[in-house]
Design a protein around this ligand. Structure first.
Ligand code: BGC
Length: 706
């Protein structure tokens, strides 16, 4: 028998330790298939969770252990062992990172890859071989309840972050990109029909999935909703025409849990595994094959895809080599992983406003040595608040709250007082008695998140408002009136409308759901131990009227071409805070934008180079962004769209020339009639700078030659 290098304990008796080539993998998969009965094949295609016992377990604690699928003892075929994410590993007690929307604000692909690597190690150490947590649905509207699980609103940025997580995870186990596709309304997710034309799909809602496919992602999870009239788990156009035939996806497709499959016919439309239990597949699928409703060849193809991927990840050159010395109980929530969670939280926080109150210097960072008393106000100041309580909930051994982080950082000479903010008069009093007041305001799992109704208790779902709650807005205004040195720390999963109060406070910091080390990270930023460097991965509008319509009860919705910063730019609405915007305790200047060529062919690539200087007195990281625009296109195009970005660290006074690659392909639009990408031979503009706002950008023209 051939020998295999496998995930320990998951490939059972085929495990011996030798890597296989792709041809050997294919041959071995076919050899296994030839030995299987039709029942065994069909069993590869659904979750192994026993329905009754599984439901009891799920109710006790959802995602407590990995969910297995497709184990076959007779042939020694391991099952996939599913663990969710993306905030970390959801099984047992694992490291809790900031949510992806926060990590998106770091724009740090190397950091995201390290997080992926850590997740892979923790998952594998705890018996999982499959990470169902590369969530890359595009944020069409900030009210989406699961906004926190994705990285932002821009397809390029989203694709790069998702690919980085995939790369890191897949050093150890399989990763799965989800929810394919157009899953960005929560409350009606099981039924909503998203209508979108092919151009909108290919340019806006799908490119990031393709990016993860190109990265070699092992699996894709179909979404619950319908796209253009067909449930995603049954959507042959999405699963076969686009995913497999156009993009060349080699892995397998799993359904979203329980409601992701509606009948055995999904197996004829490109869905490979029904998760997490056998409901429509199993005997019903067997019957459908017997009746000729599902061709037996479709079963064989699905099983081959599953087997090849399992083998690839257990034994193939593309699969994880594995680092046995890193796996084990000692690896879970290790000191290094905890430090990474803190680093990620620090790099994610976005300083939105920082003005002087008295004297020339902005209010932040706070000088602890000069502070005798800080008031920390707000109901969220001292609660563990790592995000929603849906399938992405991670159970870390502890969570550092904002108050705990601030108290731990403050020395014995600084008194930190606490007021829950419930009584406005009392809060004003507490604020007035301190030199600085910090208001922690925003949301928690009751306000936004995966919709967990029924036996799981009613919580989460789409956000009911984009502003803070009226009481929180009144609290900020009251505290700011009582103490001019007021800092607002915001907690939430996406954009917040701040118009009612943002002009009344000197400093605003977006902390997101910052993970188990969030309180320490917050203190690092507030007290200047770290310099803020995050930038918004989604535009913060002044009004909900500047966004696409959002109806969480919709049965039917049209996803048009325009959303986010592209929509605001298109319609000429000034945002409150632009996509890509974020302040630092230092300042950066851009100069000398140069292109490696003024002209390139449609298949070419040019390099944009720009000098970035740290013009302040502190070291800091800057996120350098490159956008493209064009003139005279045959079709309507965004004023600017993101094409590349890089994070650079600069010492005070240091200048660095940052080089960003711009492949011509990123300028293409999708031609619906020809069903292909077109790079038009027209003039283009490259914009480089520190945010998507035109006044923050340098520009240079170039052409595509015909
Ligand atoms: C969610 C998925 C998740 C799955 C398994 C579903 O309800 O939509 O994101 O991976 O549950 O927990």
């Amino acid at each position: 028998m051939a020998s295999y290098k496998t995930v320990p304990g998951t490939w059972g008796r085929l495990e011996t330790g030798e890597a296989l080539t792709e041809d050997q993998i294919d041959a071995r998969a076919r050899q296994l298939l030839a030995q299987m009965t039709i029942e065994e094949k069909i069993r590869q295609m659904s979750g192994d969770m026993p329905t009754a016992r599984g439901i009891v377990g799920m109710l006790r604690r959802y995602n407590a252990v990995p969910y297995p699928a497709g184990e076959n003892e007779r042939l020694g075929i391991p099952g996939i062992r599913f663990s969710d994410g993306p905030r970390g590993v959801v099984i047992y007690n694992s490291t809790c990172f900031p949510v992806p929307m926060a990590r998106g604000a770091s724009w740090d692909v190397a950091l995201e890859e390290r997080i992926g690597d850590t997740i892979g190690v923790e998952a594998r150490s705890q018996g999982a071989n499959f990470f169902g947590g590369v969530c890359i649905n595009l944020l069409r509207h900030p009210a989406w309840g699961r906004a926190q699980e994705t990285y932002g609103e821009d397809p390029h940025h989203l694709g790069e972050m998702g690919a980085a997580l995939t790369r890191g995870v897949q050093r150890h186990i399989m990763a799965c990109a989800k929810h394919y596709a157009c899953n960005s309304i929560e409350n009606s997710r099981f039924r909503v029909n998203v209508r979108a034309d092919e151009r909108t799909l290919h340019e806006v809602y799908l490119p990031h999935f393709r990016r993860c496919v190109d990265e070699g992602v092992a699996a894709v999870m179909s979404a619950y909703n319908k796209v253009n009239g067909t449930y995603c788990g049954h959507n042959r156009h999405l699963l076969v025409d686009v995913l497999r035939e156009r993009w060349g996806f080699q892995g397998f497709v799993i359904s979203d849990f329980v409601y992701g499959v509606r009948s055995p016919l999904a197996a004829a439309s490109g869905l490979d595994i029904e998760m997490p239990a056998t409901i429509h597949f199993g005997r019903r699928l067997r019957r459908a094959v017997r009746r000729g409703q599902v061709p037996e060849a479709a079963i064989d193809e699905a099983v081959l895809r599953i087997l090849r991927t399992k083998l690839r990840f257990a034994a193939g050159p593309a699969g994880p080599v594995g680092e046995p010395e890193r796996y084990g109980p000692q690896a879970v929530v290790s000191a290094g992983h905890v430090a990474l969670a803190r680093e990620a939280a620090v790099k994610s926080m976005v300083l939105l406003k920082n003005e002087p109150v008295a004297g020339p210097d902005p209010l932040l960072p706070l000088d602890l040595d000069a502070l005798a008393r800080i008031a920390v106000v707000g109901r969220l100041a001292d609660v563990p608040n790592t995000g929603d309580r849906g399938s992405s909930q991670v159970h870390p051994p502890y969570v550092v709250t904002p108050l705990e982080g601030i108290r731990a950082a403050a020395g014995p000479d600084t008194t930190v007082t606490r007021d829950d903010g419930v009584d406005l008069g009392r809060a004003a009093h507490a604020a007035a008695a301190a030199e600085v007041a910090l208001v922690v305001a925003g949301y928690d799992h009751r306000d936004e998140g995966e919709y967990m109704g029924g036996p799981f208790g009613s919580q989460g779902g789409d956000r009911r408002r984009l502003t803070l709650k009226p009481h929180d807005e009144a609290l900020i205004q009251t505290v700011a009136a009582a103490n001019p040195n007021t800092v607002v720390v915001l907690v939430g999963g996406s954009a917040i409308i701040t118009e009612a109060w943002r002009h009344q406070v000197p400093a605003i910091l977006m902390a997101w759901y910052a993970g188990m080390e969030g309180g320490h990270a917050l203190a690092d930023i507030l007290f200047g131990v770290a310099n803020p460097s995050g930038k918004l991965p989604c535009v913060w509008p002044r009004s909900a009227d500047h966004l696409p319509p959002f109806d969480p009860t919709a049965d039917e919705v049209e996803y048009g071409y325009w959303h986010g910063y592209r929509l605001l730019d298109h319609e000429g609405h000034e945002p409150a805070f632009a996509f890509g915007f974020g302040l630092s305790y230092t300042t950066f200047a851009y100069d000398n934008l140069q292109l490696s060529a003024e002209e390139m062919p449609a298949g070419g690539c040019l390099v944009a180079s720009v000098d970035v200087t740290n013009t302040g007195t502190r070291a800091g990281d800057e996120i350098v962004q490159l956008y493209a625009g064009c003139q005279g296109s045959r079709v309507e195009r965004p004023a600017r769209w993101l094409v590349a970005f890089a994070r650079v660290g600069l010492a005070p006074g240091e200048t660095r020339t940052v080089h960003l690659e711009l492949p011509a392909q990123r300028l293409a639009y999708y031609d619906v009639d020809r069903a292909e990408w077109i790079v038009e031979p027209i003039p283009y503009i490259a914009y480089a700078g520190g945010s998507s706002r035109e006044l923050d950008l340098l520009s240079a023209r170039f052409f595509i030659c015909s």
